[in-house]
Design a protein around this ligand. Structure first.
Ligand code: ADP
Ligand code: MG
Length: 642
């Protein structure tokens, strides 16, 4: 099947979107156009939440408050200070962005559930602020808000607003799809299940979460601005926590598989609400927010039966109509597993969630099929190499201790890695190898002692900062994004080798850089011998091959020091030989490698030197040939058996 470049697919999607938006008002009665306007406004908000909650895994209950910020700011500025509505738009966006930055900085740098809690508090307090500040009209609200005019054309009725709203919706969908299918987007898609991994490739997860939160707030602010000038009257009700929950519901219904899920979610929930309200009113005899009860039940059912939202189901139903490739037109494909258990981790490929993922792989929107073809592209920039001072080792471990409570996992260990060697770190299970590894990469901090890389002490540096110095690692428990293609997983490794920012990426200005990134990822996939698997979903590979994908991803970072934690585990004999050949080739090109390994034959034939750990202590150090004959090592490691 021919692969259409994602940029082209998104253009096709825009054209299709414009056609639908242009034709739709002619097909429906007039009152339905009003409904479509509201659905467009909801879509903007839900789209932000699809990215923030669905893709990046951060729940916000406070989006309605950002909508309120947009509406009230423009209402006050136009009615009380005489601003023109268009002039208030940049002010609205700036204010929403700054406030999101403040709320996000406070809550998103802390781990756990601070964002959901923080946004609930934010939503409630803004609602009461809107209702009680006299300047905002109290609960009575603000009326006589001016309408919008485009040149001589005044947007007087809902029919006019329809075109403006849906043009902005299409633009927002396009920008979001651009974002998700980019270097930054791949990192965003990894945030939910793989934040530790992206961090080790130089990405700051907290900063990225704040950026996505700000993006979502801007969309909400825009929606509020449009709402105020369409409605020409506002009061606090549409900006309450209840409505914040409805927005969240729209995003959950749409799912994280596609930006189009936001449209579907806004449509579905609005329609459901209309139906429910009239039904409940008939049966309950009075009006009230009873639909919230039904929504609550629906959320529980969805979590049980349609975790990835309704979009995957809708896409499957639409596939015969649209043809498989075009269904993916503006599918940005952020749909990584929503359940922690569904992530590729060890051999957990039989959990129910992963079975669902496997089904989704066959669906036309399967993530792995949304990537970009590798085209000839400019070479990616090399990373500056950190050379140690002459005569110094590249990495020096100096009297390092690591305690976990009472357990001493690393006990006064000292060794060094010289530039250009392959050093093996071996020892029985629980000897402290992975702990040492994590101390070096900054994922753990030593209790005592010092680690220096190229002469520079690493104390106090975060994994992302250490990655910047030129280290790249693999993980003993494979940390790939299961539903993302192999080549996109590998491209995450090159996060530090490209520089286009968030805004440029949303505007699609990163395509040259993106081509270079994907070409480099393709080269690394070929280098580790996985040619032909580029577009396979990572989870579809056997575990041994997934480890090799991890190596390719680390190589994509263009590191000075490559840290590999049990890379040969799960490989067949033949594959191990190929891996050994690859690592020798890397060393011949000047790469330094630290290898944690279990397989004695593998390390014996491959490494230049070995360091043996036992119970957290260094037992021996030397060339493999000596270690092989060392009685203490034989006793400890092989249990005395030759
Ligand atoms: P290896 O990789 O050599 O098998 P590890 O470094 O994983 O060994 O573990 C060394 C010891 O430290 C083990 O006893 C393990 O249970 C303990 N350990 C490792 N990580 C932690 C942690 N985060 N908290 C508490 N104990 C840990
Ligand atoms: Mg280990």
């Amino acid at each position: 099947m021919m692969r259409i470049a994602p940029g082209t697919r998104r253009l096709l999607g825009i054209v299709a979107g414009i056609v639908v938006v242009a034709v739709l008002p002619r097909l429906v009665p007039e009152y339905a156009v009003t409904l479509l306007d509201y659905i467009g406004l909801y879509t903007l908000v839900a789209l932000g939440l699809v990215l923030l909650t669905g893709v990046a895994g951060q729940t916000s209950f406070g989006q309605a408050a950002f909508v309120g910020i947009g509406a009230y700011t423009s209402a006050v500025l136009t009615t009380q200070l005489g601003y023109s509505p268009w002039l208030t738009l940049p002010i609205v966006l700036l204010l929403a962005g700054v406030l999101a930055w403040i709320v996000g900085s406070i809550t998103l740098r802390m781990s756990g559930h601070y964002l959901p809690l923080g946004t609930i508090a934010w939503g409630i307090s803004l609602f009461y602020l809107f209702g009680t500040l006299p300047a905002l009209g109290g609960f009575g609200g603000i009326s006589d808000i001016p309408s919008l005019a485009i040149g001589p054309l005044e947007l007087r009725d809902v029919g006019h607003f329809y075109y403006l709203i849906w043009t902005l919706v299409i633009a927002a969908l396009w920008a979001s799809a651009n974002l998700l299918d980019s270097r930054i987007g791949r990192a965003v898609r990894a945030l939910k299940a793989r934040a530790v991994m992206v961090e080790s490739f130089g990405v700051d997860p907290a900063r990225l979460r704040i950026q996505v939160f700000m993006f979502a707030a801007l969309l909400a602010g825009l929606s509020g601005w449009l709402y105020a000038h369409m409605q020409r009257f506002i009061n606090p009700t549409p900006f309450s926590l209840n409505v914040g929950i409805e927005y969240l519901f729209m995003a959950v219904v749409g799912g994280s598989g596609s930006v189009l899920g936001a449209v579907l979610g806004a449509f579905g929930v609005t329609a459901l609400k209309e139906v429910l309200q009239s039904l409940l009113q008939r049966f309950a005899g009075e009006s009230g927010p009873y639909e919230l009860i039904v929504f609550g039940i629906a959320i529980v059912l969805m979590l049980q039966y349609a975790r990835n939202g309704l979009w995957p189901l809708a896409a499957r139903a639409l596939a015969p109509l649209l043809g498989s490739n075009r269904t993916a037109a503006i599918t940005a494909g952020g749909g990584q597993p929503t359940a922690p258990g569904a992530a590729v981790d060890g051999g957990q490929r039989t959990t129910p969630a992963t079975v669902a993922n496997a089904e989704q792989r066959q669906a036309p929107v399967a993530l792995a099929d949304t990537g970009r073809p590798t085209v000839p592209a400019a070479a990616l920039e090399r990373r500056p190499k950190a050379d140690p001072p002459p005569g110094e080792p590249l990495l020096a471990i100096d009297d390092v201790v690591k305690r976990f409570g009472g357990l001493v996992a690393t006990n006064h260990v000292t060794f060094a890695i010289r530039p250009g060697e392959i050093l093996g770190l071996i020892g029985p299970n629980g000897a402290g190898k992975s702990t040492m590894f994590n101390l070096i990469s900054g994922h753990l901090a030593p209790t005592a002692g010092q680690i220096r890389f190229a002469g520079r002490p690493l104390a106090g540096l975060l994994p992302a900062q250490i990655a910047r110095l030129g280290m790249a690692r693999s993980f003993q428990h494979v940390k790939l994004i299961g539903q993302m293609s192999v080549i996109e997983n590998v491209a995450i490794g090159a996060s530090l080798r490209a520089h286009k920012g968030f805004v440029a990426t949303c505007l699609g200005l990163d395509s040259a850089e993106e081509d270079a990134l994907m070409a480099e990822a393709g080269r690394q996939v070929a280098r580790v011998g996985l040619t032909g698997h580029e577009w396979d979903a990572a989870a579809s590979l056997p575990l041994g091959k997934q480890r090799v994908v991890e190596i390719a991803r680390a190589l994509c970072a263009d590191p000075t020091l490559l840290l590999l934690d049990e890379p040969a585990a799960g490989l067949r004999f033949q594959e191990k030989q190929e891996l050994a050949r690859l690592l020798r080739g890397l060393r011949d090109q000047g790469m330094t490698v630290l290898l944690v390994e279990h397989d004695m034959d593998f390390v014996m034939s491959l490494t230049d030197r070995l360091v043996v750990l036992r119970f957290g202590e260094k037992l021996a150090e030397g060339p493999p040939i000596e270690i092989q004959r060392n009685p203490a090592v034989l006793e400890a490691y092989l249990g005395g058996v030759e």
